[in-house]
Design a protein around this ligand. Sequence first.
Ligand code: 13P
Ligand code: SF4
Length: 310
Amino acid sequence: MNNDALRGKINELKKRKNAVILAHYYQIGEIQEIADFVGDSLDLSRKSADTDADIIVFAGVHFMAETAKILSPSKKVLIPDPEAGCSLADSCPYNDFKSFREKHPNHVVVSYVNTTAEIKTLTDITCTSTNAKQVIDSIPQHKEIIFAPDRNLGNYLNSITGRNMVLWDGACHVHEKFSLERILELKTQYPNAQVIAHPECQKPIQIAADFIGSTSALLKYTQTDESKEYIVATESGILHQMKKQSPEKHFIPAPPADSTCGCSDCKYMKLHTLQKIYDSLLYEQFEVQLSADIIEKAKIPIVKMLELSK
Ligand code: 13P
Ligand code: SF4
């Protein structure tokens, strides 16, 4: 089936089954275009809590689809490719994190949503890169904090909040890999370009950046800022929305150290295709399954975050 035929079939199935497609900004352009809603991880968790659809097809990674299931347990939540995991979530295994937490029994645990549902059961409040500062600022100054799992985001948050959070030593395979050398080379080629970076990038990239922000903050910045060119140090899928919102501007993906293609794709996000979205709707696969006990416990820190960032 060609893409036009697939799009027609997907729309037909969505209507017939009262389904919605939620897509993260890191999805390929074709998926962003067929989705009912496109956003960053915070937007998507809000949307999954609000929808009255019977089926949610989640074009994102596993922890995001789990969050949708936790917030809408009576709905069928489908992930088109079950292998769409996350190297950052994988860097924080349950048993190791449980022991780590036990070493700091009086600390408040703040976890980035990029964690498994099991890790959320060990968490006091979750955050995303969009609301992390707000979440941390809401915790009384005298309280000590554990932040997991991203060490780069954690260090960045320590610097902007003045806290000294204990950090879990995890990282994302996309954001860790940007090459400062290649970004500086690009800067000589495009001297007027602004370097914009996600806070999961390593510190040298953050120092070289003109602006640091979550996926949606970066998108907003390119819409409101007056520059015409941007070197974008985050997952390349966001360039689709940046170009769409500001077609007159030029966006250059920041290259990783070990790639000749100049791309910075999340290998998990990019597993989904239009064909897999269609199969997911047709066969109602692959359903996210979580026990009632995990849902009940993991919901508490997510709801706290959503209440705080209303
Ligand atoms: P956002 O919270 O900016 O959507 O980031 C999600 C993510 O997976 C970052 O790598
Ligand atoms: Fe996980 Fe990194 Fe992919 Fe985001 S970009 S989903 S943090 S592996």
